[in-house]
Design a protein around this ligand. Structure first.
Ligand code: PLP
Length: 416
């Protein structure tokens, strides 16, 4: 008899976005003339840039001819892309990452979820709260999280990030084997400065912990003293794995491509403590068994992001989203909201008025302004009392949404 992996049964349903869709659909049925504006989505809306499209057309054409057709590619990804990454994302910032330390993937979700595969089941885990749910759910599937009690997993160390600590997670007072950090952060849109991130690297080196660093929103960083990579911190190449994605950098959510950096110096120990093992080798072994690579066309598309035109065009699109974020920040601040994020990230994390519960405020915005947000509590217990807004929409929609929220507040409909 084949038995099910019961860890999967522990997972609560993935209800957040389904619940939002249900509420929005019911609202649309009862208000058919009202145009709903969604500031809740985490997907990009602008098309791929011309440099990427041109590279994809060229790659498709190559696939059409016997002489240039490509089948399976190298497991780590094609040299042309790994070399472009090593040069542009690291060497130009003064960081040495060898192309053999870079693994091209089909987006950061797969690798942030799968990396725990190669780590021992009994490892302890620390996560910031609120959080991108993949880090926790993948560890629940592996049997590492314990039991769910009142919205928290018994064997996970939560590091709350709230306005009280200015969204800087406090270093745990005990040893945690694996720490997930994501900066710029989804959902809060906040960042860590270099000296704040250094405290984590020092903690990991001291405790022989591993940092799993998600840099999916790195391309949105605009402030000087915010690190683009954890490897800007001395010692991080000994204790951190870093995940990147082209999804938000270049609108690749539907193309699927990203990469993971596993420096050769990152090692962990066997249970008896007798052997140090390089994670680069183990991850390579895991990938060559379970992953057959990202399509040639996607990798050529990603390579084009690093050309002069590609860099200019992708930056233009990100600037467009960041300008949306600026408009939203200013408008909401003027209305008296306390707003975080939205400077180095596409997300704004907004305190609800008078500590209104997130779902209640969601209803007020939907019914009072026909605007959709995401209740912060959907990302973890410390998200209660906040909502997440995204800046991935069209400019006119963002401006109209701000006007509607303003009208709604003035009429007292959005703060009752
Ligand atoms: N990491 C974070 C923090 C994200 O918010 C997302 C997507 O929303 C991902 C990773 C996954 O991105 P992708 O799999 O599209 O590369």
């Amino acid at each position: 008899m084949a038995l099910v992996n019961e860890n999967f049964l522990k997972l609560p349903g993935n209800y957040l976005f389904a619940d939002i869709a249900k509420k929005v659909n019911a609202y649309k049925v009862s208000h058919p003339k009202q145009r709903v504006i969604s500031l809740g989505i985490g997907d990009v809306t602008r098309p791929l840039c011309p440099a990427v499209i041109e590279a994809m057309h060229k790659a498709v054409e190559e696939m059409a001819h016997k002489e240039t057709f490509r089948g399976y590619g190298p497991e780590r990804g094609y040299d042309f892309l790994r070399e472009a990454v090593a040069k542009n994302d690291f060497a130009l910032r003064g960081i040495h990452i060898d192309p053999s330390e870079i693994f091209i993937n089909d987006g950061a979700k797969s690798d942030t979820g799968n990396f725990q595969d190669i780590l021992q089941r009994d490892n302890t885990i620390g996560v910031t709260d609120p959080i991108y749910p993949v880090y926790i759910d993948s560890n629940v599937m592996a049997g590492r999280a314990g039991e769910l009690r009142n919205g928290s997993w018994s064997d996970i160390t939560y590091m709350p990030c709230t306005q009280e600590n200015n969204f800087i997670p406090q270093i745990p007072d005990h040893r945690v084997d694996m720490v997930y950090l994501c900066y710029p952060n989804n959902p809060t849109g906040t960042v860590l400065k270099k000296e704040e991130l250094k405290m984590w690297v020092d903690y990991a080196l001291k405790n022989d912990s591993l940092i799993l660093y998600d840099a999916a929103y790195e391309a949105f960083i605009r402030e000087e003293d915010v690190p683009h990579s954890i490897y800007e911190i001395r010692g991080a190449k000994k204790c951190a794995v870093e995940f990147h994605s082209y999804s938000k950098t270049a609108g690749f959510t539907g193309v699927r491509c990203g990469y993971t950096v596993v420096p050769k110096e990152v090692t962990t120990t066997t249970e008896d403590g007798k052997q140090r093992v390089a994670l680069n080798q183990i991850w390579m072994r895991r990938q060559s068994t379970k992953f057959n690579g990202t399509s040639y066309i996607s990798q050529r598309a990603a390579e084009a992001i690093y050309t002069k035109e590609g860099k200019r065009q992708t930056r233009e699109t990100i600037d467009y989203y960041l300008e949306n974020a600026r408009i939203m920040r200013e408008a909401l601040t003027q209305l008296g909201f306390t707003v975080y994020g939205g400077v180095n990230a596409p997300y704004l994390w907004v305190k609800t008025p008078d500590n209104t519960p997130g779902w209640k405020f969601f209803d007020q915005l939907l019914f009072g302004a026909s605007v959709v947000c995401t209740p912060g509590v959907g990302f973890g217990p410390s998200g209660e009392g906040y909502i997440r807004l995204t800046s991935f929409g069209e400019r006119e929609d963002v401006e109209e949404a701000m006007q509607r929220i303003s009208d709604c507040m003035k009429l007292g409909k959005c703060n009752k």
